[in-house]
Design a binder for this molecule. Structure first.
Ligand code: COA
Length: 282
């Protein structure tokens, strides 16, 4: 009988398809509940690379094949087998996983986590890396590290305090209890929770709205929201002036067109939706 582990290629660990300007990327180890192995981490970086500057990709959605979004780090392949290689093996595995999460946090296109099922521990890294997150009500979230004897590393502790109140983060990390999608939405881990059969349609709807907006403004905005969290008000004010001026050098016309369609054409209202990008000259 073939051994699944030795036959699994790196390419098989991540699946993706591009449809209507949305890249649907899937953790693809359903039989291992999409646990993140070194192979998967390396492949995910390749896939992000491949998709980031494609003209036919406006939004990236990260979801999971089967019953899980991701059961976190692979306890066997990510922890046990790399630790057996000594510090070098551990550090290499860390840099591969942290590397693609960091890449995703600052991705060129807006990103959406579509949490279809289990989301544990290390999974909080890519969850936070995605700009928006939608979950099935049936999904289950947990900082399970305490249950097998480590602290929530790989950024998971940081993600907990970034997204939840101090009391909730502490309870979540110390107790190792799971919460469902609805509670995850209430606690701020995701934007919304929906019945599983409505999840894809809602995410597709959000992705469609995003893909109609000015891409330079989207990138500048998502970076601004992440950057200013750690700044004083004055530093943020200054950063935002400079970030907008830098964005103008990439897309001066889009902004002018947005003003023109509102003020001159009266063809839309920015308070109610986005200007028509297709009418932009350059
Ligand atoms: N690392 C390694 N293997 C994992 C894994 C992980 N994080 N999560 C699941 N798997 C493997 C199981 O070992 C099992 O492998 P096998 O078929 O070779 O025996 C397979 O995936 C299916 O898992 P199983 O536990 O049978 O599925 P389930 O649907 O009954 O339970 C979970 C799902 C997610 C509740 C359970 O797998 C689990 O607790 N996983 C660990 C979660 C965790 O603590 N992650 C944090 C890591 S930082």
């Amino acid at each position: 009988m073939l051994n699944k582990k030795t036959t699994e290629t790196e390419e098989q660990t991540v699946a993706y398809a591009v449809e209507d300007h949305v890249a649907w990327v899937r953790f693809n180890r359903p039989e291992k509940r999409n646990a993140m192995s070194p192979k998967l981490n390396r492949q995910m970086m390749r896939v992000l690379d491949e998709l980031e500057f494609r003209d036919d990709v406006a939004v990236l959605v990260l979801t999971g094949e089967g019953a899980a979004w991701s059961a976190g780090m692979d306890l066997k392949e990510y922890f046990r087998e790399t630790e057996a290689q000594g510090l070098r093996g551990t550090r290499k595995a860390q840099s591969e996983s942290y590397g693609w999460w960091r890449r995703l946090r600052w991705y060129q296109k807006p990103t959406i986590a579509m949490v279809n099922g289990w989301c544990f521990g290390g999974g909080y890294g890519p969850l936070f890396a995605c700009d928006l997150a939608f979950a099935a009500e049936e999904a289950r979230f947990g900082l399970s590290e305490i249950n097998w004897g480590i602290l929530p590393g790989g950024g998971a502790s940081k993600v907990a305090v970034e997204l939840m109140s101090f009391r909730r983060a502490m309870y979540h990390a110390l107790m190792g209890e799971n919460i469902d999608g609805k509670t995850a939405a209430e606690w701020g881990l995701v934007n919304e929770a929906l019945p599983a059969d409505k999840l894809t349609a809602r995410v597709a709807e959000v992705a469609k709205v995003l893909s109609g907006k000015n891409p330079v403004a989207l990138k500048a905005t998502k970076d601004a929201i992440r950057r200013v969290r750690e700044m004083t008000y004055d530093n943020a004010e200054d950063f935002l002036v400079r970030a907008q001026e830098a964005a103008n050098s990439f897309d001066n016309e889009g902004r002018k067109e947005g003003i023109r369609q509102f003020i001159d054409d009266k063809s839309y209202k920015p308070g109610l939706g986005a200007y028509d990008k297709s009418r932009q000259k350059n």
